[in-house]
Design a protein around this ligand. Sequence first.
Ligand code: NAG
Ligand code: NAG
Ligand code: NAG
Length: 447
Amino acid sequence: MSIPRLSTFLVVLLPTFWTAAVSVRSSTLLLARSHSLLSPNTGAPLTVWAASLTAQSAADVTRVATLTAAKAKTKSKGRSFVPIAPGRQILSIPNYVARARLGTSPQTLLVAIDPSNDAAWIPCSACVGCAPKSSPSFAPTDSSTYRPVRCGSPQCAQVPGAASCPGGAGASCAFNLSYGSSTFQAVLGQDVLALEGAGAASSYTFGCLRVVTGRSVPPQGLLGFGRGPLSFLSQTKDTYGLVFSYCLPSYKSSNFSGTLRLGPAGQPKRIKTTPLLYNPHRPTLYYVDMVGIHVGGRAVAVPASALASFDPATGTGGTIVDAGTMFTRLSPPVYAAVRDAFRRKARAPVSAPLGGFDTCYNVTGLRVPSVTFAFAGGAGAAVTLPEENVMIHSSSGGVTCLAMASGSSEGVNAGLNVLASMQQQNHRVLFDVANGRVGFSRELCTA
Ligand SMILES: *[C@@H]1O[C@H](CO)[C@@H](O)[C@H](O)[C@H]1NC(C)=O
Ligand SMILES: *[C@@H]1O[C@H](CO)[C@@H](O)[C@H](O)[C@H]1NC(C)=O
Ligand SMILES: *[C@@H]1O[C@H](CO)[C@@H](O)[C@H](O)[C@H]1NC(C)=O
């Protein structure tokens, strides 16, 4: 990717963002942020794994974690509001982070919240390649409540991919997986987990990282908020009833002024919603039906097939809402139409592309056309992005770019539209899995 004539700010900023945004990243899907994994072959293991997980998930009745939310120091009426901050300033990662306490006595970690992942992966002490030694990790031997998960347990069967259990049912459950462009080795364990502002889950199942290659795994671990059996949502189902929402503060902030709200209590009463769709080929992800895009108040003409729901036969296409990807990626024909409409409305000369963004301007007083995403569910189900969610600015040089790009036309991500975190800043996004809906409302949560 060529990055010509960059300002100092963008030189630092864009590569970081861009690596994370190149495709939907999710370890459980064996996808990557790099171009290298976009070959059509990546579809094969995915399909096999997805089919087995769907079966497991349907049969899954075990819920290992029990919560003590009532006893937690929640604000009122059982509300669980977890403060979140962009990890960019704090940990140099594109994900949003929350403070978690793991074990007894509690060990504090800044975990990345990942809605497109199913399990939790935490760096454990003596992990090779996890993060610098100075970075916090979890020491299982210092926790009186840590228990390894054995090969014969139901949780061991729930981790994507095949566990390696040469030692039989009593051996500890070990995995090799990939996350983004990283691969890792981990063992499954259980311990008390509490997010700041929420109750503690008494035996939360997570992967204890032992060896990591690559740099995609967040340095203090991640907590999957996907829809699979080992996700936070599933493990806390009895307490939070498969409902959560977040408000993502501006990526430029370093304050914990955003919130992750867990459970039905405290969610907005008035919120525009659209049906949540389930793609059996990619059961982790939150699919919605995006039916149109407006630029400058006018509907952009895109082939209906390009915005349609995912293909039920192959699982490709469709639109997901994700907070681990930084910039929205639209399927190639959709992006081309949006970009052309945007350029026509902006009526200014387009300058050289920057770090993967192809619609950049070096003019003062650019009139930025509005961008609206319309969803199935009636006239009200549309989100018009504020300008700060549309353009990325350089701090010097005055260059601004449309902060979206074209997605993949091949492989498992072919035709997939990803509504990413930059476009969700300062909105409350509700994931109500229990009632099959996703909601959006404007909420300023940046301090
Ligand atoms: C993971 O990979 C390592 C190194 O290739 C290997 O020694 C180990 O047996 C593998 N473990 C599992 C669980 O597959
Ligand atoms: C938020 O963080 C910034 C630094 O990023 C700081 O200057 C500001 O005072 C903080 N705001 C609040 C309300 O804490
Ligand atoms: C933007 O325009 C200014 C003045 O017109 C110029 O000095 C600067 O080099 C331009 N920046 C880029 C990145 O083209």
